[in-house]
Design a protein around this ligand. Structure first.
Ligand code: UDP
Ligand code: MG
Length: 316
């Protein structure tokens, strides 16, 4: 087994690649690691693939995967993870914002401190304020929801024990939450290391402000999945029953009061002229709908191939 797999997702980063590979090579040689560098070309429209091909022909350590179109950073990481063979897997961005000098320490933390995952922390960032400020908010929410005490969830520079990357599925835009995915998969030893960060040297950033909106939505999805993904009825059934019950009780009270006023000859408006009636009705309807959503959810999980997914760590 080789020591290191370095997975690099990239989209239009032709200028940075040779420099980055050289640097990684220098660090790896100095520390006498056996290693592979897996470049995942995520549908670049520039000359990135030609650059990668040239590197692969020259160096046996360089490997390239080319997507037919741009799928996103998460699928790129996932396909790199599928192929990784090193004892420790390191991901880094292709834009030279992450420094390969961090590799030895990350490697040591995984192999010697027994950590499953070490996430980089760009304590001193070289990004515009429009990005660093929302990021702070984003990380605070992610900490709260996931219960993992990390300062920087979305750092591109991370190190993993091989087991971790083979047991998680990074899809959609979930690369922002890999520590959370790992935790949900049962990997609890998650560490953090302050890492160097540089301003982008070439090219432009590939993510706009939409990253924050989508990031929050994904966080809600992940939270929901980790709690109710395999038992949707526990969520929808409870919410539905509560709503239905509130509606039912209100309707009974309304009806009983109407009857009371009728028999005692007290003047009272029609039930349908009262706002409470419509609130109660809506509540009962919504409650039934939620309940049905729960049943549908259960039917879907029953038919899904992942209904009984568990990963075994060891067997004697
Ligand atoms: N990236 C990718 N596919 C995409 C968008 C980005 O592989 O659809 C890569 C990109 O080339 C870079 C890394 O993901 O290597 C991080 O992207 P970027 O530097 O634009 O993000 P930022 O540093 O601005 O957060
Ligand atoms: Mg970057």
């Amino acid at each position: 087994m080789i020591d290191l797999s370095i997975v690099i997702p990239l989209y239009n980063e032709e200028e940075s690649l040779p420099e980055l590979f050289d640097w990684i090579q220098r660090v790896a040689t100095k520390n006498s690691y056996s290693y592979e560098v897996i470049f995942v070309n995520d549908g670049s429209t520039d000359r990135s693939w030609e650059v990668i091909s040239a590197l692969c022909h020259k160096h046996p350590e360089a490997k390239g995967i080319k997507f037919r179109r741009n799928y996103g950073k998460s699928p790129a990481l996932h396909s790199g993870f599928e192929r990784a063979k090193g004892r420790v897997v390191i991901t880094m961005d292709a834009d030279l914002q992450d420094s390969p000098e961090e590799i030895p320490e990350l490697y040591r933390m995984i192999t010697e401190q027994g950590l499953d995952l070490v996430s980089g922390w760009k304590q001193k960032r070289f990004d515009p304020l429009s990005k660093t400020l929302p990021t702070k908010l984003f990380n605070a929410t992610a900490r709260k929801v996931s219960g993992i005490k990390l300062n920087d969830f979305n750092c591109g520079l991370k190190a993993y024990r091989l087991d971790v990357v083979k047991n998680i599925e990074v899809y959609g835009d979930m690369h922002r939450y890999i520590p959370y995915l790992a935790k949900n998969a049962g990997f609890k030893n998650i560490g953090e290391k302050v890492v160097q960060h540089q301003a982008r040297k070439y090219g432009v950033t590939k993510f706009g402000l939409s990253r924050f909106v989508n990031g929050y939505l994904d966080l809600i999805t992940l939270w929901f999945f980790s709690r109710f993904g395999k038992k949707p009825m526990h969520f929808f059934g409870l919410a539905g029953s509560l709503m239905f019950f509130v509606g039912l009780v209100s309707v009974i009270i309304l009806g009983a009061y109407k009857l009371y006023t009728l028999f005692n000859g007290i003047a009272h408006p029609l039930i349908t002229n009262q706002p409470y009636f419509y609130l109660a009705l809506t509540s009962m309807l919504l409650g039934t709908q939620l309940f049905l959503a729960g049943f549908l959810g259960e039917l879907i999980t029953r038919n899904s191939s992942e209904r009984n997914i568990y990963k075994i760590e060891e067997e004697i």
